[in-house]
Design a protein around this ligand. Structure first.
Ligand code: ADP
Ligand code: MG
Length: 715
């Protein structure tokens, strides 16, 4: 089977288009937040759906569940920000009003439109605002699935897309799915939505059966605390436009289609569990060796959903006692006398309990394994052939924070408010949710930064995700008001790749650096300086900063020459090596209170432009400007060794040895930049996880008492 996945290029199924727009569905928040999405087929589709069985379900669920499986659906219109649940009889009326408005804009019939909603419960849907946004939604239709996937998110940190291309009847058949959801689902707010679009030809009945089986093995293995939301739904549309013969019934074609659908759902389910609200770890629980599959599944869920187990996992504790206790409690509560005498428990592949007794294990080794981002728990009853898996995540401080503050600030008199100094007045968030001692400690620590320069390399998800973008901008402005002098150096990776793709060019990387042809360098410059840089400057200024955009060519900030290919390595084309940094320009801006935002384009002789890796540029700029800190924002917790463990200190030799080849690609470039910055006099370099909001401030405050996290030189 030929497959492509979300990491590769996402091919839009033939005859489908996607769109997103901002309809101001939320009462508060930025007015440009995209919150309305559409999946539209140019021809009627076979449609299937799996819906929450919650009896207090939302209006779109009632409509969808009564309608599917069916032939003749053309569009799904989904919104975030409002669940259209528990609003009484008007829920159903509003649902159809939105469908009708969408139908008019999309030029289809209202009964060809399904809707889905996610967000706050109990507030009527803002139908008028949604109606007004429909023309913009229709105008935004295109082959790019990303905006739609972004628009359906609520507390999700990540946009979730999965895609497969398979061959059926000698033709390529495409499948794309978008999904939103957080693994730890508070019954009052969260939801899992998933929409699958495929150009396969398949009957509604076959699609329904295949989808139900795929959901059973994927989304239904995720445990949700409080079990199920009012709005969960998975909808699949198949429009048959691939031209492949219709899948009639059992046979190799159906097997291939079913496998692809299973894969897509499994990939998204994993992403949902890993992106649980506040989650830092994915928890995979396998219960095996039982006579009854349903029991195996129930126990797996009970373990993966146990609050004590989850908080133990967050703390890096093997939690074997809690795991066995959760299992035993579940059996007892159900009045089952299942034989537990031969139960064996493995955590991260290490046997910790067997035949009724704990067995000695290497505590140190297991503790290290507990630091990984995926925790595997396997329980074997040795009493039958059935097994089941549950996916969950850890329970963190942030989970409570996210859910306590979802609708409003903590109420006076509530335990949450009791911890907050001024909960009865509506003070700024910082005054509400940080305790006084911590504030004083933080302020006195932060004084140390007054007048110091810090270069922040901005990259990864924090550059793409709208929520993370905003939190980054606020953070930088906040740090400046605390006296730090931030200098932002940014990359542009995904944006450049996307633009090159749009122009029909491929992106090639060698050792983590982009191979840049003569044509490419113009595009790189256009995107980096013309688009990405401008956007960052706008964002910083919109939240009250005073940012000024610069390319490395402005004021001859970065002079460069062509990077000579290392022996045995490919020629990278117009990738440059910095000759000199003109720190004058930066001094001038910093002295006048501006935040320089630098796109790493270097100026060669005769004005030739060179693409300079942003990590390298950030390090050189940090050295040249006498910065005391260099902070890299990236999509991992830091530099990981071959076992996935965080490396908290680096020596030059380590890198030459490549840590057994474990540090590769973009991280190798970064690690080299870390070394050269330290060698050049930068006091400390931090690599922070840009997927988590406010991680720069958190990391800098943590500096008072290093927690063994990644800052160089290590503690
Ligand atoms: P950025 O936008 O932050 O520059 P890059 O993709 O260039 O991101 O570099 C970071 C990536 O390097 C990580 O997301 C990871 O996929 C990869 N990587 C390779 N080896 C390691 C390692 N040992 N530790 C952490 N990440 C690594
Ligand atoms: Mg990089």
């Amino acid at each position: 089977m030929s497959t492509s996945n979300a990491q590769g290029s996402i091919v839009c199924p033939v005859g489908f288009r996607f769109a997103a727009t901002a309809a101001k569905i939320r009462e508060s928040g930025p007015p440009d937040r995209k919150d309305l999405a559409a999946v539209v087929s140019e021809v009627p589709c076979a449609a299937a759906g799996v819906f929450t069985v919650n009896r207090m379900c939302a209006a779109p669920v009632s409509y969808g569940a009564s309608r599917l499986p069916a032939m003749g659906i053309r569009a799904i219109v989904a919104n975030s920000g409002n669940a259209n649940a528990l609003t009484g009889a008007r829920g159903a009326i509003d649902e159809r009003a939105v469908a009708a408005a969408a139908a008019a804009a999309l030029q289809v019939a209202p009964e060809e439109v399904l809707t889905a909603s996610t967000g706050a419960i109990g507030t009527p849907l803002p139908v008028e605002r949604m109606r007004a946004a429909m023309p913009a939604l229709a105008a935004a239709l295109g082959a790019d699935v990303v905006p739609a996937a972004e628009a359906i998110r609520t507390t999700d940190l990540k946009t979730k897309i999965a895609a497969r291309t398979i061959e059926l009847d000698g033709r390529p058949v495409h499948m794309v799915a978008i999904c939103k959801g957080s693994g730890m689902i508070h019954p009052q707010m969260a939801t899992m939505l998933c929409f699958v679009a495929t150009d396969a030809a398949v009957s509604p009945a076959v699609l329904q059966a295949t989808l139900a089986a795929a959901v059973e093995d994927s989304f239904n293995t995720i445990t949700v605390d409080g079990d199920m939301s009012t709005n969960d739904c998975v909808i699949a549309l198949a429009n048959g436009r691939s031209g492949a013969r219709a899948i009639e019934g059992r046979g190799p074609e159906l097997d291939r289609f079913s496998a692809a659908l299973h894969e897509v759902c499994a990939e998204l389910a994993r992403a949902v569990a890993a992106d649980g609200e506040g989650a830092t770890k994915l928890l995979i629980v396998d219960v095996e060796g039982l006579a009854d599959r349903a029991l195996a599944r129930d126990l797996a869920r009970a373990i993966a959903g146990g609050s004590l187990v989850k908080s133990g996992i967050f703390g890096g504790d093997p939690s074997w006692g809690r795991i066995l206790s959760a299992m035993g409690a579940r059996l007892g509560a159900r009045g089952l006398d299942t034989d537990v005498s031969r139960v064996a428990l493995d955590i991260q592949g290490m046997r910790v309990y067997e035949n009724g007794v704990p067995i000695p294990f290497d505590r140190e080794a297991l503790s290290e394994l507990m630091l990984k981002s995926e925790i595997a728990v396997r329980l074997d009853f040795h009493a039958g052939p059935e097994k089941a898996r549950a996916l969950g995540c850890d329970l963190t401080y942030d989970y409570v924070k996210i859910n306590a503050e979802y609708y409003s600030t903590p109420k006076a008199g509530s335990p949450a408010a009791a911890k907050a100094p001024s909960a009865t007045t509506s003070g700024p968030p910082a005054a509400r949710d940080i305790d006084r001692d911590a504030v004083v400690e933080a302020l006195s620590y932060i004084q140390r930064f007054a007048g110091k320069r810090a270069v922040i390399k901005y990259g990864g998800a924090a550059m793409i995700d709208p929520t993370l973008k905003r939190s980054f901008a606020k953070e930088v402005v906040l740090l400046q008001s605390a006296g730090l002098r931030p200098i932002v150096v940014h990359g542009g990776g995904p944006e450049i790749t996307r633009t090159l793709e749009r122009l029909g060019q491929k992106s090639e990387f060698a050792d983590g650096q982009r191979v840049t042809g003569a044509e490419d360098v113009r595009i790189v410059e256009m995107v980096l300086t013309g688009k990405v840089n401008t956007e960052i400057v706008t964002l910083l200024n919109a939240v009250g900063g005073r940012a000024i955009g610069l390319s490395g060519k402005d004021g001859r900030l970065l002079t460069a020459h062509k990077l000579a290919p290392a022996p045995g390595k490919p020629d990278l084309g117009f990738v440059g090596e910095i000759e000199a940094v003109n720190s004058d320009v930066i001094d001038m801006l910093l002295d006048r209170g501006y935040i320089p935002v630098i796109s790493p384009v270097g100026m060669g002789v005769d004005g030739v432009s060179y693409n300079i890796n942003a990590d390298v540029a950030a390090a050189e700029i940090a050295v040249a400007t006498g910065a005391s800190r260099l902070i890299f924002l990236t999509d991992v917790a830091g530099i990981l060794d071959a076992d996935g463990k965080l490396i908290t200190s680096l020596r030059a030799g380590d890198l030459e040895a490549g840590l057994g080849g474990a540090i590769r690609g973009g991280m190798h470039v970064k690690a080299q930049a870390v070394m050269s910055a330290l060698a050049g006099g930068v006091q400390a370099v931090h690599i922070v996880d840009g997927r988590i909001p406010h991680s720069i401030v958190a990391e800098l405050l943590r500096g008072a008492r290093p927690f063994g996290r990644l800052s160089y030189p290590g503690p």
